[in-house]
Design a protein around this ligand. Structure first.
Ligand code: KPL
Length: 300
């Protein structure tokens, strides 16, 4: 079934999904937050996608949140800290059974949106797709990974989830919180250490001192996972995180990129979420706590 998708959050991921949905035969409208962004989109004539050595223009329209029509399918690709306010702005446009899919880093923002949407099936996802913006609405596909999606409201069943498209693959997951925790643990291990040390992911395995810190951070995170009976990494979190750091060795983590560009980071939804959970379990995580404070200081 072909649907009309509204996308909130036209950064790299939102633009990448817009083109994938268009390629899959769906129609798409971007919900933008300023006249200037609308003008830029119409000047370009849509989204420019660089992928597999080709540059293509995907015609797509935008509108301002205040002009939103009725929405049946909503994809939210904002930063974690913007998700609640962005959804609140258009909440009155959602039909009672509108599908809402949240693709945010970390945890906490998805649950906060879910508690605000009482009747709608709310789904969250994690993705390993890579994309970055060369300029606004000009997205470069850096890698095709997988997206896992699942329901956050127990007991509700969506009629149709985010469609699998030729460009981006999607898998349904019955226990999406497990996937969110797996991604969260890896991000807690890698992102703050790279942000504080201003290094590429690979340095965390190549430099002995950083590797030792990675191990200590992972040991603390594992205490939380164990207390919650989350057996997510058969090989242990340290090995799993070291392997991701190695595979993405040349990358600068999203947190380091945010800091370098003078943007707010998502630390509150990554290490911040972990520390809140640790507090509820009466666990102390001194190294994670000090990395949290150090990243907060870098944001100022
Ligand atoms: O997801 C990532 C991020 O940068 O946020 C990792 C896995 C660390 C890859 O860079």
């Amino acid at each position: 079934m072909k649907s009309h998708w509204y996308i909130l959050g036209a950064g790299a991921m939102g633009c990448q999904w817009a083109t994938a949905l268009l390629e899959g035969g769906h129609s798409v409208t971007l919900i933008l937050h300023s006249e200037a962004r609308l003008a830029r989109l119409s000047q370009l004539g849509g989204i420019v996608l660089e992928a597999d050595g080709q540059t293509t223009l995907w015609p797509v329209e935008g509108l301002l949140a205040e002009n939103c029509p009725v929405i049946e399918h909503l994809l939210v690709t904002t930063k974690a800290y913007d998700a609640v306010s962005a959804v609140s702005n258009i909440q009155h446009c959602l039909t009672a059974d509108a599908q809402v899919i949240l693709l945010q880093n970390g945890m906490g923002s998805q649950q906060a949106v879910r508690t605000r949407l009482v009747t709608q099936p709310v789904m969250a996802g994690t993705t390993t797709n890579g994309a970055w913006l060369r300029q606004p609405f000009h997205v470069v596909q850096a890698g095709r990974g997988n997206t896992e999606i699942g329901l956050l409201n127990p007991g509700q069943h969506p009629t149709q989830a985010l469609p699998n498209t030729p460009m981006l693959s999607v898998q349904w997951h019955d226990a999406i919180e497990v996937s969110l925790w797996r991604k969260l643990a890896i991000n807690c291990a890698i992102n703050p250490l790279t942000a504080v040390n201003h290094c590429q992911n690979g340095q965390l395995v190549e430099q002995p001192e950083l590797s030792k810190q990675l191990q200590q951070v992972c040991t603390e995170i594992t205490q939380v996972l164990d207390s919650k009976d989350l057996d997510l990494f058969p090989e242990g979190l340290f090995r799993a995180a070291a392997s991701v750091a190695q595979q993405t060795g040349q990358n600068y983590s999203s947190m380091l990129q945010d800091i370098q560009k003078g943007r707010r980071s998502e630390i509150d939804f990554i290490t911040g979420y972990l520390l809140n959970e640790a507090e509820k379990l009466k666990l102390s995580l001194p190294l994670n706590q000090s990395l949290f404070s150090a990243v907060k200081n870098l944001e100022r």
